[in-house]
Design a protein around this ligand. Structure first.
Ligand SMILES: Nc1ncnc2c1ncn2[C@@H]1O[C@H](COP(=O)(O)OP(=O)(O)OP(=O)(O)O)[C@@H](O)[C@H]1O
Ligand SMILES: [Mg+2]
Length: 270
């Protein structure tokens, strides 16, 4: 059982888990362009019904993301090391849009190079992610870093936040999949956070621009990652992203607070 659910009655525990699932799923899919609102996301997940006029793809995506959250919880409960196969299973859950194209694999590493455009002042720069040939080896190193991070004693919030930031930024800088990397990062970087007893850090959809800008700043400062390079150079350049993630955390922490208050009220009335 996760620490943030401690001392809650079963109904309050279930309600809090649903709230977290709705918020996490809605924000992460909306950042990626999903058009369902928080209310519609909750409706689809809770009732299993569709929202009139909204794309089928958007429904499938939120259901896939909620399933990926369950997989994340299973990984935490199992207490075994995260493996390449776990990442592939999560990718299959998240990447519900199945395009039958050998260049767009689902549940496998990318086979073609990918890049993004970063805007710095008045200049637009094409930033390349890791080369496909480098990905298997880089991801082995990333998994080793993940293992090490999870084994650290994370007795305080600061340590959990730092783990989230390091795993998130190093994962998206490699960009091991052709698509779905953002949603994957926002899921798996939370594993040590939840293991440490805290609710997941959830990036608010309305702060997408700041999220991308603070990540870009680090990408530009460190360049494309290649085999043999450090996965996390210049950690002092992560201050802005870390500050951003810390602020973002207030959303889920508030939900936990409200659940605890509800529990307190109930105890007093007994
Ligand atoms: N300009 C950029 N600079 C830094 N990081 C970026 C930039 N653009 C995108 N990213 C990172 O890559 C992610 C997008 O990658 P990808 O399209 O593979 O993921 P997604 O899950 O499909 O989409 P999204 O993250 O938008 O939900 C972003 O969420 C962010 O983490
Ligand atoms: Mg995408």
């Amino acid at each position: 059982m996760f620490d943030f659910l401690k001392n809650l009655d079963n109904d309050i525990k279930d309600a809090l888990l649903s709230q977290l699932r709705n918020l996490w799923t809605h924000t992460s899919t909306a950042i990626e362009g999903n058009t369902l609102t928080l209310g519609e996301t909750a409706f689809v997940l809770e009732e299993g019904l569709t929202v009139s006029g909204k794309p089928l793809k958007d429904h499938e995506e939120v259901v896939g993301h909620a399933r990926a959250i369950d997989l994340v919880y299973d990984i935490i409960r199992k207490k075994s090391d995260l493996t390449e196969n776990d990442l592939f299973d999560l990718h299959k859950a998240v990447q519900t849009e199945r395009i039958f194209d050998v260049y767009k694999p689902v549940g496998a590493w990318k086979v073609e190079p990918n890049s993004t455009v970063i805007i710095s002042g008045d200049t637009q720069i094409i930033f390349e992610y890791a080369a496909p040939n480098d990905v298997p080896e880089l991801m082995q190193s990333w998994l080793a870093m993940f293992q090490k991070t999870c084994k650290k004693n994370m007795a305080n919030k600061e340590a959990a936040l730092t783990s989230y930031v390091h795993l998130h930024v190093s994962f998206v800088r490699i960009h091991p999949f052709w698509d779905g990397n953002g949603r994957m990062a926002r899921l798996i970087a939370n594993i040590p956070v939840i293991m440490a007893g805290y609710p997941p850090i959830v990036v608010p959809r309305e702060r997408r621009q700041e999220y991308i800008e603070s990540l870009s700043e680090y990408h530009l400062a460190t360049g494309t990652v290649i085999v043999g390079n450090k996965l996390l150079p210049d950690i002092d350049k992560l201050d802005r992203f870390k500050q951003f993630c810390n602020e973002a955390w207030s959303g889920s922490l508030k939900l936990v607070d409200n659940a605890c208050k509800k529990q307190q009220d109930r105890k007093q009335k007994r």
